[in-house]
Design a protein around this ligand. Structure first.
Ligand code: DAH
Length: 346
């Protein structure tokens, strides 16, 4: 039996090699120490040996069992250590690497300018209104004093959604929508997208306008001049020269086009003595918006008594103002989502 103990020890040692996995260790434990394990069976066979040999043999068996248990335990500990090591390696972080930054979002330059325009008017007591981008013929044209065959309709290259519906060509229909549902006094601005069949460096098929109007019992052209002059000096420079030129719009009478003095050449039309200024093309002035006194015919459409109320209205292009403010030469830059462009506006 002593020899079989040595054989068993050698067999065990041969099996518990360095590469033994956890499952193999468990299998060995069962195979040697389980209820029917090889070593356990040896303990049972102790009864068969002569009594005088039993103590010595029993001691040897116990020693072997302790040895096997110790080896199995050692192997398990080793396996656990290696696993931990592996995880530590796998999950290793290089704390010297630079952190990844959160990219900070920015407001689009057009939103920036539109907000700025809005703020100036809100500070003067104007409230905000919006209208639908898809407008009917009545609000976009007719109620603004442009009957079906009016030549002014030609000026606005209209996108038709159906025979009776268009993508609004300007924000002026919001005037009609507000006046239809409310009574004066009114002091409203309406920013939003407008659409025209036009596409080049200074025209985009979708662009933005800010409309504004004021209606009360005694609004005069001087109120219009005051409001717009203040507005333009806030958005451009405090000392900006402002000029009102006679013009025509079907929905205002009288109508005006409003210019500001060119900020590049200071209204001189020339830069460095000789060269024609490239911003104002040598005129010294920049056309910024259209305006006028609301036509009595428009008041008639919304059911106001033109004898008792008067008002002014104005409309401006947001892209044009943004291009002038920031020296942007191509309107398409606003819509190409080129980050190197967009990141320049804080
Ligand atoms: N709606 C005009 C356009 O898009 C701009 C405009 C001019 C609006 C005069 C007005 C105004 O309210 O009074 O060309």
């Amino acid at each position: 039996m002593r020899e079989s103990l040595d054989t068993l020890r050698n067999e065990f040692l041969a099996r518990i090699v360095d590469g033994a996995s956890e499952q193999e260790v468990q299998r060995l434990r069962v195979e040697f120490l389980g209820r029917k394990g090889k070593l356990t069976l040896m303990f049972h066979r102790l009864k068969e040996v002569p009594p005088e040999e039993r103590p010595g043999l029993g001691e040897a068996l116990n020693e072997l069992r302790g040895f096997v248990e110790g080896k199995l335990e050692l192997r398990l500990t080793e396996l656990k250590r290696r696993e931990k090591e592996r995880l530590l390696q796998a999950e290793r972080v290089d704390i010297t690497l630079p952190g990844s930054r959160w990219e900070r979002g920015r407001v689009h330059p057009l939103t920036l300018v539109m907000d700025e325009i809005t703020d100036v008017f809100v500070a003067m007591g104007f409230e905000l209104a919006r209208g639908p981008d898809i407008e009917d013929d009545y609000h976009n044209f007719e109620a603004l004093n442009m009957p079906p065959d009016h030549p002014a309709r030609d000026m606005q290259d209209t996108f038709f959604v159906s025979a009776a519906r268009v993508l609004r060509t300007h924000t002026s229909p919001v005037q009609i929508r507000v006046m239809e549902t409310r009574k004066p006094p009114l002091q409203v601005i309406a920013p939003g997208a407008v659409y025209r069949h036009d596409d080049d460096a200074t025209h985009s098929p979708m662009f933005h306008q800010v409309e504004g109007f004021m209606v009360d019992s005694q609004i005069a052209f001087s109120d219009l001049k005051g409001v717009l002059t203040h507005f333009l000096r806030r958005v451009f420079r405090p000392e900006t020269g402002v000029r009102f030129r006679p013009s025509f719009f079907p929905f205002t009478e009288p109508s005006a086009e409003v210019d500001i003095q060119c900020f590049l050449c200071d209204g001189k039309g020339m830069v460095q003595g000789q060269q024609a200024c490239r911003v104002c093309k040598g005129t010294g002035w920049l056309e910024i918006l259209g305006a006028g006194m609301i036509d009595p015919e428009v008041f008639r459409f919304v059911g106001y008594d033109a004898e008792r109320v008067s008002g002014f209205a104005f409309g401006m292009g947001v892209e044009r103002i943004a291009m002038l403010k920031y020296g942007i030469e191509d309107i398409r830059l606003f819509f190409q989502n080129e980050l190197r462009f967009l990141r320049q506006f804080a």
